[in-house]
Ligand binder design. Structure first.
Ligand code: MN
Length: 318
């Protein structure tokens, strides 16, 4: 059932022992939401724990400063943050999928699996939804909560660069920066600028070995299993490589072909805006967003590249 802020506030007030669920392959929004809600619930004298299917990655540890790991307890309420589908609970799906009391989210694709869903699809981040919920609760924020909420909004808007960087996103960030003390410049540097040596090595390789087509409007990067082993780069360093070629002036579509197993390739397509890559991926049985989509192609690498480029070229001509 979809509920409004007032109803969600009533649910939060009524619970005492809460498990807060975050999603697998965590990002700044689910982690920021999880810890912001934890600190808020602690201020309300409730017992809470943040449950993380993939643990807490080092890059988000700063959000947990002050978090106290409690002994395991049986929750009376389960609240999911930034989780559109229980599939995103990973290994914890079986335990929690059917017992989420409240889901706080901003994904239009939310499948409404929770008993109650507070969904604001116009919000830039689940953290922006939480900010409004805390206002509804009349809860006074503190520096820690503000830092968590800001991080979620900054990361989900690509540092206020994506088209979801609405007036509300900016205004909420402004209230957080203006009203509380935390180092937002450092957060943005660490979330957006700093890269590991392995990542730099990977980017150099991928950009140096790109294939260009259609007057350099289409860029293709391929990641084979052999390459992954040769470079010795950990899997998580591949996050977001699909968007890399769009940094190059003139590139309209970036195609990343990643070997899943011999003869089977996972394809990610990114568009700078003119070409609907969701429509292209649909021709291969995939889909997604207009500017970010994916599909699976069973062929040799050369054949996959040929077919994909032809399909993108066709879409460009339409
Ligand atoms: Mn989010």
């Amino acid at each position: 059932m979809q509920i409004d802020y007032r109803q969600a506030a009533e649910i939060v007030k009524a619970c005492d022992n809460i498990h807060i669920l975050t999603h697998q392959s965590p990002d700044g929004d689910t982690m920021g939401s999880g810890f912001a809600l934890y600190f808020a619930l602690k201020k309300m004298n409730k017992k809470a724990a943040v449950i993380m299917p993939d643990g807490l990655p080092a890059r988000y540890e700063f959000l947990s400063e002050g978090y106290e790991e409690s002994e395991s307890f049986e929750p009376d309420s389960v609240i999911a943050v930034d989780i559109a589908d229980p599939k995103l609970l990973g290994d914890l799906k079986d335990v929690y999928a059917d017992r989420v009391d409240l889901c706080i989210d901003h994904h239009v694709s939310n499948i409404m699996y929770a008993k109650n869903t507070l969904l604001n699809a116009k919000a830039s981040a689940a953290c922006e939804v939480l900010f409004c919920l805390f206002e509804e609760l009349g809860l006074e924020l503190d520096d820690r909560i503000a830092k968590c909420l800001y991080t979620g909004i900054a990361t989900d808007t690509g540092c206020f660069k994506f088209s979801n960087s609405s007036r509300e996103a900016h205004e909420t960030a402004g209230k957080l920066i203006g009203g509380y003390d935390f180092d937002f410049a450092l957060i943005n540097r660490e979330m957006f600028d700093i890269k590991s040596r392995a990542r730099i090595k990977l980017e150099q390789h991928l950009l140096g070995n790109m294939n260009m087509y259609c007057g350099e409007r289409i860029a293709v990067i391929s990641v084979t299993e052999e390459l992954r082993q040769n470079l010795g780069v950990p899997d998580e360093e591949f996050d977001g490589v699909a968007g890399l070629p769009l940094q190059i002036q003139g590139v309209e579509v970036a195609v990343t072909i990643k070997e899943k197993k011999p003869g089977e390739y996972k394809v990610s397509m990114r568009s700078a805006g003119k070409v609907n890559v969701s429509a292209v991926c649909q021709k291969f049985g995939g889909g997604g967003h207009v500017c970010a989509s994916g599909c699976l192609v069973k062929a040799s690498l050369e054949e996959a590249e040929k077919q994909l480029v032809a399909a993108v070229e066709k879409a460009m001509g339409e």
